[in-house]
Ligand binder design. Structure first.
Ligand SMILES: [Zn+2]
Length: 163
């Protein structure tokens, strides 16, 4: 599948298989994540203004992934454009997380590491990596590629802009 400046390829990539952080796992209801206050109720995760009393205490799959440093998506940013627009790009990444997290509460940033010429972004699930890549290309143009691991919910993305 190819769009302007965007290539999506499906191929085998090397990544640990299996998902010990299965987000369909059933918890007693209501359950409350002790780390981020996310509520598990009616079979799904929701942000609630009113935290239910007597909720079971859990660590939600997103917080567990962050704690264990186990990503579902990885994005590598490269190119000379990066160094000049670093703060702006970090903001764009954080804003994208904030927007996605409202509707998809398990979609979180795990880390942003930068060393001037490269930036590595890791997210809890593949959806957020894809959204960040798309947001970057929309705002900053450049070249964007995705590769998915077959049969696994894992994505690697690569974005580059020089000028
Ligand atoms: Zn949590």
């Amino acid at each position: 599948m190819t769009r302007k400046g965007l290539t999506i390829e499906r191929r085998e990539i090397d990544h640990p298989t299996g998902d010990p952080y299965h987000n369909q796992k059933k918890y007693p209801e209501p359950s409350l994540c002790q780390v981020c206050n996310l509520v598990y109720i009616k079979g799904s995760y929701k942000w609630k203004k009113n935290i239910p009393e007597n909720a079971y205490k859990i660590t939600c799959p997103a917080c567990q992934r962050i704690k264990d440093d186990f990503e579902g998506g990885f994005l590598l940013l490269e190119g000379r454009f990066l160094a000049k627009h670093e703060a702006e790009i970090v903001n764009l990444i954080k804003n994208t997380e904030a927007v996605e997290k409202r509707r998809h509460p398990l979609e979180r940033l795990i880390s942003i590491k930068e060393n001037g010429t490269k930036m590595e972004v890791r997210t809890t699930y593949e959806h957020l990596t894809r959204r960040i890549g798309e947001a970057l290309q929309k705002a900053c143009k450049g070249e964007l590629r995705f590769s998915y691991l077959d049969d696994q919910k894992y994505i690697r993305a690569w974005w580059k802009r020089d000028k």
